[in-house]
Design a binder for this molecule. Structure first.
Ligand code: HEC
Length: 189
């Protein structure tokens, strides 16, 4: 039994050292201009989801989702997030696709997680990706406003939809992606 346990420990140590050696000798790819393989994507998405489930406080969105606050959330999104996650005009953004992993288009594929989950991701960012932590760049109130906007994207009240239409010329209720190509890129989950 002791030998068996020792065997496992030695194997793990050898694999870790092997991985470290491969990295230091330059065998690991570092290019961002490729698409993560399915396996890697699934493991990373599950690891992220489960980590958020484990760490994020289950709090209720303290900012009421009035028309005014949702419109404020839309504006915060447009100013800070659209460059990577896609604008309310629904046009594809090349910049967001240039990350490894690519930034999902949140306008075409809004998050289906609860507010506390999205808030935690936006506030703290996502390690090893291009998603920044916004806690020092947006106030707590603004973090909740943009969260409320994103989680209600598919059921916005008429006044907010009107504002969206005016601001972008695009119809928020049309769920059509801008093109087939866009759709392919954004199937990240
Ligand atoms: C510099 C580019 C960049 C900017 C700006 C940016 N993000 Fe991100 N964001 C990313 C990337 C890349 C990911 C993908 C992380 C991953 O795959 O785990 C991401 C992931 C996310 C996710 C998780 C999506 C999911 O599928 O679980 C949310 C929510 C999010 N961002 C919201 C925002 C909000 C809100 C803002 C603006 C306040 C913002 N992001 C600004 C690059 C960006």
């Amino acid at each position: 039994m002791r030998n068996f346990v020792l065997g496992i420990v030695v194997t793990i140590a050898a694999l870790s050292l092997g991985g470290l050696g491969a990295a230091l000798l330059g065998f690991l790819p570092t290019r961002a201009n490729s698409t993560p393989p399915d396996f890697e994507r699934h493991v990373a998405m599950s690891a992220l989801d489960n980590s958020v489930e484990r760490h994020a406080p289950r709090v209720k969105n303290p900012v009421p989702t009035t028309d005014e606050n949702l419109i404020a959330g839309l504006k915060i999104y447009t100013m800070n997030c659209a460059g990577c996650h896609g604008g309310i005009d629904r046009k594809p953004v090349e910049f967001g696709r240039s990350f490894y992993p690519a930034a999902p288009n949140l306008i075409l594929h809004p998050p289906d997680d609860p507010d506390w989950h999205v808030f935690y991701v936006v506030k703290n960012g996502v390690r090893y990706t291009g998603m920044p932590a916004w806690e020092h760049n947006l106030s707590e109130q603004d973090l909740w406003k943009v969260t409320g906007f994103l989680t209600r994207l598919e059921k916005l009240p008429p006044a907010v939809q009107d504002y969206w239409k005016q601001a972008s010329g695009a119809d928020p209720s049309s769920g059509e992606p801008a093109s087939q190509d866009e759709q392919k890129h954004d199937e990240h989950k």
